[in-house]
Design a protein around this ligand. Structure first.
Ligand SMILES: [Fe+2]
Length: 269
């Protein structure tokens, strides 16, 4: 798969069996939480998050939480540690994976300032009541995504809904540290309305450069498309459809780790 990001050529070559789908549009068989919004055609939006004081508290809680996760993983961090310097603590891939295990699948009860505040704000953005609880498996979780500079830490291009249990939701990317135009999540606007046969992908979770991913990887796209980095700023949130093709967000900086919160919400039952 070859594409351009920030006018920079990127390529990856996933191993294993590939598949191209049918003319079906997965979104058209699902609950589309973008449907009643002004951004339904693009499939994403960048919105303000909280008032200034609330955001300050949110950022402090999020910072303490991830530092605590890293301490639990045995990393030598103190309260003043600059989050975007995470990569300076890591010598091996095994060490990174051990740390990542502590920053994913965090219970929603630990969400900074409480899960109801973010549920309410995203419900306002989507124009419908939402809950951070997966109705397929009843999990209420969120993740810190940690992508080191010039690494293979980022997921390849994918739709979340190629994995089980992510149908019908809406997805958040919330910048915490080192998130900028050269590091933040990339996506293909409008691709949530593409038929499956426009895209070739790996049948299973991708294996790329000896790194195994949960998500299948896009290996080819028919026709033209544009990949962008919406680049939400401090106190902003990127809200996007899990049916959009996204990922492939290589960290192009030399010395900043990108850290973001990932959270999924479903229509309140
Ligand atoms: Fe994803």
């Amino acid at each position: 798969m070859k594409y351009e990001l920030n006018n920079h050529p990127v390529h990856y070559f996933p191993e294993g069996e590939k598949t191209s789908g049918t003319p079906t549009v997965l979104l058209h068989q699902a609950i589309d939480l973008t449907a009643s919004t002004a951004w339904s055609k693009a499939g994403y939006t960048v919105e303000s998050l909280f008032d200034k004081d609330t955001f300050g508290l949110f950022q402090s809680e999020a910072t303490l939480l991830i530092l605590n996760c890293w301490q639990n993983a045995g990393l030598p961090v103190s309260p003043g540690f600059k989050l975007d310097q995470y990569h300076t603590l890591i010598d091996t891939q095994a060490q990174h994976l051990a740390a990542v295990a502590h920053t994913k699948l965090l219970p929603a009860t630990k969400f900074p300032l409480g899960i109801h505040r973010i549920e309410k704000r995203i419900a306002e953005i989507c124009g419908t009541e939402l809950m951070a609880k997966n109705p397929f498996d009843n999990q209420s979780v969120f993740h810190f995504r940690v992508v080191r500079p010039r690494s293979n830490d980022n997921n390849p291009l994918h739709r979340d809904v190629w994995l089980a249990d992510y149908a019908n939701c809406i997805n958040l990317y919330l910048p915490i540290a080192g998130s900028n135009f050269n590091t933040s999540l990339s996506l293909i606007p409008g691709s949530h309305h593409w038929p499956e046969n426009k895209v070739e992908r790996t049948r299973e979770g991708a294996l790329i450069h000896n790194t195994k991913f949960n998500v299948p990887a896009v290996s080819n796209i028919e026709g033209t498309y544009e990949m962008i980095r919406p680049d939400p700023q401090e106190n902003e949130v990127l809200v996007f459809s899990p049916y959009l093709i996204h990922g492939g967000a290589v960290n192009l900086t030399p010395n900043q780790t990108r850290i973001s919160i990932e959270l999924r919400l479903w229509k309140k039952l």
